[in-house]
Ligand binder design. Structure first.
Ligand code: G6P
Length: 507
């Protein structure tokens, strides 16, 4: 935990209440009918754990099941005791899961905020359920919190929680962090509920975005929709007066537990597994793509770029293989099902065109969740990481890959439209993921890059991720919520360029 925060927390014994769509544990009944808790993965839990344990706190969210029973409550209590902080479940009915989670969150906000408005299904019933479910989460906070607590709400599922808390008469201090991008006004204004949603967001006391660009987009939308908006300050956090309230708005790039990834990647079992991978795929460079199965990740275009590089640079055949790992996700949403078929057809096409029977296979395709050991071994083994989302809030795969590259001798190819590009733009090779030939040329460039340049670029990126790790992220967000003097938040160096111009690429 950061020093400033530590000091404030020791003086003030206020609790932290984290609110997110999912709890960090998913509860399911096993074949024998017993309730089991499976820990969720992810840096958010790791980052918040020290604060939750130190301050005492609670995590409120959906337990991953539609069951509401005394058995579930007692399981939540005992799992929470083991974890070191309390867990409070918000039960959702199947209809709420359909209209709130799959519907409004993932068929409207997710595609719209990733600039894919044509994939949106603007069903009015979705919005009604979204408000109702946000009210349900707010009620859970209202019941659990006591004066002095700080309520930290996460992500696009819960943008109306502060507004619903105010309707319940609560005046807790609240913060919100959006993990996905915030779109420009051209896109945001398409939303039928644009005004209600902006007004709801302005009910938080602090709103955090991943990048300076997201923050600027949000402020432009506020200006477009609300009269008499005033913005004070030019640093990482600004004070905004709008709708009769004063709200802080900042950019806080989320990160990973760098030291933990680095340590784990150095473990002998991981090194052995990475060597095994190279032995299975000998005498070639390994390129790695790891993504959730999601249309924002740009997997089909990436595969086309790989096809193109093998076509136009035949000397690379048999000297590179692409390992593409796809982790199943949101399988009940129609838009996701077709994507799997499209990816598999493209993998078949590339392998069918170039495979050397009994020898080289151009694409290794893995469709499943990975155990941590395998994930780390893929990161360690890969000579080049290909991170080419069409648009992404941050993209932690890029950061994890750098942290695990303990030899510092590899290359990151990174989409200009990933939030991570604002921070890693100088060390990574930038690409426009829609430019198939440009991505292919960049793979070719990465393949031939000399060792000195590879190391220099990777060292710089690793230093930056180590300095601004996930603990730095938690510290800066909470400090921005409680500090009196926002001058302690000068603009982040990596963001300075994106602040002053209307549209500016990070490279
Ligand atoms: C993104 C979102 C998270 C979400 C995750 C997995 O990273 O920002 O809030 O939890 O995807 O998606 P899921 O729908 O399975 O929770």
């Amino acid at each position: 935990m950061g020093d400033a925060l530590n000091e404030i927390m020791t003086r003030r014994r206020d609790r932290l209440i984290v609110v997110s769509n999912r709890l960090p544990f998913a509860f399911r009944r096993d074949a024998g009918g017993r309730l089991r808790a499976e820990p969720g993965s992810g840096g958010l839990v790791t980052a918040l754990l020290p604060v939750l344990r130190h301050r005492g706190g609670m995590w409120i969210g959906w337990p991953g099941t539609c069951e509401a029973s005394p058995a579930l409550d007692s399981e939540l209590a005992s799992v929470g005791e083991g974890a070191g902080y309390a867990l409070k479940g918000v039960p959702l009915s199947p209809e709420e899961v359909r209209n709130f989670y799959e519907g409004f969150s993932n068929e409207i906000i997710w595609p719209l905020f990733h600039d894919l408005q044509l994939l949106c299904n603007f069903d009015p019933a979705y919005w009604r359920t979204y408000r109702d479910v946000n009210r349900k989460y707010a009620r859970a906070v209202h019941e659990a919190a006591v004066p002095g607590d700080f309520i930290w709400v996460h992500d696009y599922h819960l943008m109306a929680v502060a507004a619903e808390l105010r309707r319940l008469g609560s005046d807790f201090r609240t913060g919100f962090f959006l993990h996905i991008p915030f779109p420009s006004p051209d896109i945001y204004l398409k939303l039928p509920w644009r005004m209600a949603l902006i007004e709801a967001l302005l009910q938080f006391d602090l709103i955090g975005f991943q990048t300076a660009r997201d923050r600027r987009n949000f402020l432009q939308c506020v200006r477009a929709l609300v009269r008499n908006v005033e913005v004070e300050g030019r640093g990482q956090v600004v004070q905004v007066a709008a709708c009769g309230r004063s709200v802080r708005v900042g950019n806080f790039p989320i990160s990973i537990d760098f030291n933990s990834f680095m340590r784990q990647a150095a473990a002998p079992a991981v090194s052995a597994r990475a060597r095994e991978l190279h032995a299975l795929l000998p005498r070639r460079k390994l390129i790695l793509g790891i993504d959730r199965l999601d249309y924002t990740k740009g997997i089909p275009l990436r595969l086309q770029a790989f096809h193109d590089v093998l076509t136009r640079y035949p000397e690379l055949r048999e000297r590179i293989s692409l390992i593409q790992v796809v982790v199943p996700s949101r399988e009940d949403i129609p838009e996701y099902r077709g994507l799997k078929t499209e990816i598999e057809q493209l993998v078949g096409k590339i392998n069918g065109s170039f495979v050397d029977p009994g020898g080289w296979v151009p694409v290794w395709y893995v469709y499943r969740s990975l155990a941590q050991l395998d994930l780390l071994a893929y990161y360690r083994a890969a000579d080049i990481a290909l991170v080419t989302p069409l648009k992404d809030g941050m993209n932690l795969v890029a950061k994890e890959y750098c942290a695990c590259s303990i030899e510092e001798d590899c290359v990151l190819i990174l989409s200009e439209f990933a939030g991570a590009a604002e921070q890693l733009g100088k060390g990574a090779l930038p690409v426009n993921p829609n430019d198939i030939e440009g991505v292919a040329d960049t793979i070719h460039r990465a393949f031939h890059m000399g060792e000195t340049e590879r190391r220099k670029r990777m060292r710089g990126m690793r230093r930056s991720i180590r300095d601004q790790d996930v603990f730095w992220w938690v510290d800066s967000f909470l400090r921005a919520a409680i500090t009196k003097d926002l001058r302690a938040f000068p603009q982040l160096e990596s963001c300075a360029a994106t602040e002053s111009v209307d549209y500016h690429l990070s490279f």
